[in-house]
Ligand binder design. Structure first.
Ligand code: NAD
Length: 549
């Protein structure tokens, strides 16, 4: 806590409850607060408008406002001020909905005590501070809301909940690299985030994109933790990134950027510490440069410091196509589960990079008819089916899909709403939202990208009966074959492609079956079921290891 007193506004109409809160706050030695009280929303809003409030404790049922409306009016009046809901036992569902809508936490009045109240206030303030600037990312908010929803359903211990909400370690670096003209020095931000170190080394890709920030990398690292745990891999989650547009850089510029980024985070990574891999904007070549830079620094070759590297440098057969292949294994499993015949089934794929292109290829091989694909440059549509081989050749030559001749053109928004049986999202986050969820017209929505669907959209899609294969399950093929690459590297042996694909399929189908069974048993959606599976494994490990010291 800072030395400054915290200004708390309590909006509560029940005088007994208000008195209890005042007494508890005054009796909590770790808090230095001033407290103002209001019995109606109108009085509360007047105090809020006057300014200076750090946190609101809010009863949702007041004489002049009821339920969620109460929260929304407070939140609209002061969006930057965190709100903790005070709820009665029989209004728990309402309080949980308010948290999903943006409230920081809730406390049950009948079990209120000084420790719980003090903790909620301190953590909420810490979280609100962390949410400003670099941390303030819609993706982190999504990852945290998904986690809190799963935690709520599984009744997760509050100690573990607080511990897992933010990553364990983050490193922010700024560094320069020369542009090709040798006159310009570009300085960029880079990140490496390790979410959970409990499970073994940490593992996660490196993203080069102009929107990367600490919050986005933290969200991706958090999802990596649940993904590795769901797949039973001996890793915690990590992620890295550089805020740069790689499409405007030459190969030489990318190499200089990569080598300097690696040098900046070198203390953080290592085959037993944290193992990077490719993600958006990076590829096998970038991994080769990272591995070479690390090896130059330590003085001998260390292939296992990265995965997703070229096969000739110790990469694994099947890694390049693993994420797309795994996603199609999951689409086939979802089709079996829902009774959908994939033969001739119309499929749409958003994104035509590593994940999207291989997803389209394997969907075609599985008998589906890929009628639309897109990338950053355009969308393509052909109701008779596109030739994926021809599209891959075109992109290899032209870098993007733009001007591909044998198809009609459509926008990414139109592509998402195209009627199909399978919609695979393999580009960016935040693609299916409250705005367009209603118009999504597919039977299976498979997430190759991380975080492509918002929480509100999830609800609409579930109501429409669309089977969602969530990202932590759908795109786990990449990290699973990365794990195989690391195991082969540490043991100096190689597996055949058949062995790799067979093991990948077995691991992913096992995770699919566990997720479906959990969803059915607990009456929850697929995403929450997958997260509960992952969070439960991490929780078990954390409890067994205990708190140091
Ligand atoms: P990539 O850079 O190879 O490809 C990204 C694709 O998305 C490109 O075709 C690009 O043109 C397209 N794209 C970018 N902006 C777009 C927009 N506004 N509209 C439509 N398309 C757009 O990246 P990738 O490795 O294929 O990663 C794609 C997604 O999959 C990311 O969310 C990533 O985190 C996730 N993912 C990747 C892996 C992996 O092994 N590469 C593993 C797990 C998850």
């Amino acid at each position: 806590m800072s030395d400054q007193a915290v200004n708390i506004l309590l909006i509560e109409d029940n005088p007994l409850h208000a008195k209890l809160v005042v007494r508890l706050i005054e009796g909590e030695p770790q808090l230095r607060c001033t407290l103002q009280s209001a019995e109606t929303l109108a009085d509360g809003l007047a105090i809020l408008h006057a300014g200076g409030i750090d946190l609101v404790l809010l009863d949702l049922v007041l004489p002049d406002s009821q339920e969620l409306e109460t929260f929304f009016r407070v939140h609209t009046a002061a969006p930057e001020v965190p709100v903790v809901i005070l709820t009665a036992m029989d209004d728990l569902k309402l309080a949980a909905t308010a948290v999903e809508a943006g409230a920081s936490a809730f406390l049950v009045k009948s079990s209120l005590n000084a420790v719980a109240l003090g903790r909620a206030i301190r953590y909420t303030l810490a979280r609100a501070r962390a949410h400003t600037a670099e941390w303030d990312s819609p993706m982190l908010r999504l990852a945290q809301q998904q986690f809190l929803k799963a935690a709520q359903i599984m009744g997760l211990d509050d100690n573990i909940r607080q511990r897992l909400l933010f990553p364990q370690r983050t490193q922010v670096v700024t560094f320069p690299f020369f542009r090709d003209d040798r006159a310009q020095v570009e300085t960029v931000f880079g990140y490496r985030v390790q979410h959970v170190l409990t499970m073994g080394p940490t593992k996660g890709g490196v993203r080069y994109h102009e929107d990367v920030d600490l919050g986005e990398v933290a969200a991706l690292a958090t999802w990596m933790t649940w993904k590795c745990a769901l797949m039973n891999l001996p890793y915690g989650g990590a992620k890295g990134g550089v805020r740069v547009d790689p499409t405007v850089l030459s190969s030489n510029e990318l190499q200089r950027l990569t080598r300097r980024y690696t040098a900046e985070i070198i203390e953080f990574i290592g085959p037993d510490k944290d193992i990077p891999a490719p993600d958006m904007g990076t590829n096998e070549q970038v991994m080769a440069w990272m591995m070479d830079t690390y090896s130059q620094q330590v003085g001998y070759t260390v292939p296992t410091v990265v995965t997703g590297k070229p096969v000739v440098l110790g990469g694994s057969l099947g890694r390049r196509e693993a994420t797309g292949r795994g996603l199609v294994y999951m689409i086939e499993a979802a089709a079996r589960h829902t009774g959908l015949d994939l033969n001739g089934a119309p499929a749409v794929v958003q994104g035509f990079g590593n994940v999207g292109s291989f997803t389209a290829k394997f969907l075609e091989e599985a008998g589906a008819k890929v009628i639309a694909v897109s990338d950053v440059s355009t969308g393509l549509y052909n109701p008779n089916g596109l030739s994926i081989r021809s599209l891959m050749d075109y992109v290899a030559e032209n870098r993007v899909l733009k001007d591909y001749p044998e198809a009609d053109h459509l926008t990414n928004a139109e592509l998402l709403e195209t009627k199909c049986d399978v919609l695979a999202l393999a580009a960016l986050q935040n693609q299916v939202t409250a705005e367009n969820a209603d118009r999504i017209d597919c039977k299976i929505l498979a997430e190759g990208a991380n975080g492509p669907t918002s929480l509100e959209a999830d609800e609409t899609l579930n109501e429409k009966g669309i089977m969602i294969v969530p990202d932590v399950l759908g795109n786990a093929g990449g990290v699973t074959v990365s794990y195989f690459e690391w195991v082969q590297g540490t043991q100096n042996l190689t597996w055949t492609l058949d062995e790799i694909n067979g093991r990948l399929k077995q691991i992913m189908l096992d995770a699919f079956d566990r997720t479906v069974a959990r969803a059915a048993k607990d009456g929850i959606d697929m995403r929450t079921a997958a997260l509960v599976e992952g969070v439960q494994r991490v929780t078990e490990a954390k409890l067994l290891r205990g708190v140091f010291p």
